[in-house]
Design a protein around this ligand. Structure first.
Ligand SMILES: Cc1cc2nc3c(=O)[nH]c(=O)nc-3n(C[C@H](O)[C@H](O)[C@H](O)COP(=O)(O)O)c2cc1C
Length: 194
């Protein structure tokens, strides 16, 4: 049996029409291990993060950008939990998303990093690059590996890449890759909708 995991088959089935880029974004685990993201594409993706809003324009997000094959890529990959290591090695780029509270300690810094990564992921999707965010990593190991200061903390890691063949995935990964995409209903999310 051939399972199709292209962007069309994995697009969200939404109750209201969304921007195509939003509906088509999903988090693959099968990447083309030979694909390279062009530098200008990667720069554009990072530019989207740079122009994300932040509280008081404090811009607390920093990024450790690591292309596959570099020592930095290995350092980030080594800090992932085992499950994430099994698939993220095929990504073209791993980015460790850092909150830097050196200049301010407002309560929204982590929120701001998340928003910047959201913008990054949508720009990537628009440019034909898939992304997969991760919380499964050792933040202390990354801090040590990259010499982060006490006011710099890795909040998440995001894999960027080009969709690859799912044939090489383990049965566990294949099951996740082909499982239906689900969400709570909007009614469940709206505490108040007066
Ligand atoms: C902050 C964050 C942490 C995540 N951590 C992991 C992770 O460690 N491993 C993983 O395989 N997926 C991880 N994910 C991906 C989510 O499981 C995924 O976004 C969610 O199931 C919805 O699927 P979709 O992105 O395909 O719509 C994470 C996503 C976010 C936003």
């Amino acid at each position: 049996m051939t399972l199709i995991t292209d962007t069309i088959s994995r697009a969200a089935i939404t109750d209201s029409p969304l921007l195509a880029t939003l509906a088509e974004r999903w988090s693959p685990r099968a990447y083309d291990a030979d694909a390279v993201i062009a530098d200008d594409t990667l720069t554009t993706i990072l530019e989207a993060a740079r122009w994300a809003p932040s509280a008081s324009n404090s811009q607390p997000a920093r990024y450790i950008v690591a292309r596959r094959g570099t020592e930095s890529f290995t350092k980030i990959h080594d800090a992932l939990i085992g499950f994430n290591q099994t698939w993220a090695d095929s990504a073209s780029v791993l980015i460790a998303n850092v909150v830097d509270t050196t200049e301010n300690t407002n309560p929204w810094s982590v929120y701001d990093v998340g928003q910047a990564v959201a913008h990054l992921s949508i720009q990537a999707q628009h440019d034909g690059i898939h992304t997969h965010q991760m919380g499964g990593f050792d933040a202390a190991a990354l801090a040590q590996a990259f010499g982060l200061t006490e006011t710099q903390t890795v909040i998440s890691v995001i894999a960027l890449g080009v969709l690859g063949n799912i044939d090489g995935l383990s049965p566990e990964l294949l099951a996740r890759e082909s499982a239906p995409r689900t969400r709570k209903t909007l009614d469940e999310l709206l505490l108040v909708n007066d």
